[in-house]
Design a protein around this ligand. Structure first.
Ligand code: ADP
Ligand code: DP6
Ligand code: CO
Length: 346
């Protein structure tokens, strides 16, 4: 068969977090954010799409289970791509009437704070854009599926600009540096819990925006003061500055979550122990060698340079002697390669 398009896409791990929207429907954020895109050979979403005359409905399978197709985001993505295909006359009218089947799998825990929505939607829209042969900014399409997905479209370090246009047309991701810029940068992903989070990122950020007093300070003061500095640190390969800003932003993000009402608590005791361990390690080193960051979940991502990897692994084994081998994933996962999205046509 030649009508199935398969694509793989990577996760990205934010070092300045996106948390809060100024437009819920268009998914326009309150603040700029910055992330590193991981090697998709280690952690990725894989999505296959196919449109045929015999299909009766648009359908989606996620990790082998049929999902309801009622998600507004999913429908918006598909609708937008079909509209573009119609405008661009990229496929014939008959093809546009066919229903589509989408099958996606993540090779890492879904909805556990490891950016599955980012890899998932970057993959989904890329696959559909190929199926319908549309030419468009994939990053903007990915954003309407899940905000963080717009950053997974590029490799290296990526900045998502909040923008100021009401229609979101300037709310786009752009590379800060490509993956060749900092080749010895590594990310260790410590999987503490692979279960679905109690509060989705979408819901958690909405509650935070509506109820947290601290959030105003984050949006107006903290993030603007960090964003240029971290981009500069990345460009200069200044690891201590990069690492300090990364940890401070993660800590503030979780403090802001705790200040929502009801509070969104994503970190667990093990997450807190990892934070302690990293500070202990940096202290005995006499300078910052490792940075932790946590998305909306308990699982830790450690940014570090390659030479530190064996050393921190032995420290992790000392602090967490009973953790399974699975605890440490993503070893040697550099933020990233040149083309983070790969496609295969079967
Ligand atoms: P995470 O921290 O993993 O990004 P979120 O709460 O942001 O968690 O989003 C999880 C949701 O993203 C899932 O419940 C599902 O709706 C969607 N998602 C995750 N992976 C995929 C995928 N591969 N394809 C399509 N949608 C996905
Ligand atoms: C903590 O992109 O998952 O991972 O736009 O509602 O789908 P929606 O949310 P999502 O939020 C990600 C939040 C975060 C931080 C980040 O990735 O910047
Ligand atoms: Co997400």
């Amino acid at each position: 068969m030649t009508d199935i398009i398969s694509v793989i896409a990577p996760i990205n791990m934010a070092v300045i977090k996106y948390w809060g929207k100024r437009d819920e429907k268009l998914i326009i954020p309150l603040n700029d954010s910055v992330s590193g895109t991981l090697d998709p050979k280690v952690m990725c979403a894989k999505t296959s799409v196919c449109a045929r005359p015999v299909f009766e409905e648009d359908e989606l399978w996620l990790n082998g289970k049929k999902e309801s197709f009622t998600s507004e985001r999913l429908q918006n993505c598909l609708k937008k791509i079909r509209e573009l295909a119609n405008e661009q006359k990229s496929v014939d009218e008959e093809f546009l009437k066919f229903k589509v089947h989408i099958c996606s799998e993540n090779n890492f825990p879904t909805a556990a704070g490891l950016a599955s929505s980012a890899a998932g939607y970057a993959c989904l829209v890329t696959a559909l854009a190929k199926l319908y042969k549309v030419k468009t900014d994939i990053s903007a399409l990915a954003r309407i599926g899940s905000g963080s997905a717009c950053r997974s479209v590029y490799g290296g370090f990526v900045r998502w600009y909040a923008g100021s246009n009401p229609d979101g047309s300037d709310s786009i991701a752009k590379p800060v540096v490509d993956s060749s810029h900092w080749p010895d940068m590594r990310v260790l992903v410590l999987v503490i819990a692979d279960t679905k989070k109690h509060t989705s990122s979408t819901k958690g950020m909405k509650t935070t925006v509506e109820t947290s007093e601290l959030m105003k300070h984050r949006i107006q003061v903290s993030v603007p003061s960090r964003i240029e500095k971290i981009c500069e640190a990345i460009v200069k390969k200044d690891f201590p500055t990069f690492a300090e800003l990364t940890m401070k932003d993660s800590n503030e993000f979780h403090a802001v979550c705790l200040s929502a009402f009801p509070p969104c608590i994503y970190l667990t005791n093990t997450s807190l122990k990892i934070i302690e361990m990293v500070h202990y390690y940096n202290n005995i080193c006499g300078s910052i060698k490792v940075a932790y960051t946590f998305d909306a979940g308990p699982n830790a991502c450690l940014y570090l340079l390659e030479e530190e990897v064996p050393k921190i692994l032995s420290v992790i084994k000392y602090f967490f002697p009973f953790s399974s081998e699975n605890f440490i994933k993503g070893l040697k996962a550099p933020p990233i390669k040149e083309f983070p999205i790969e496609s295969h046509i079967y």
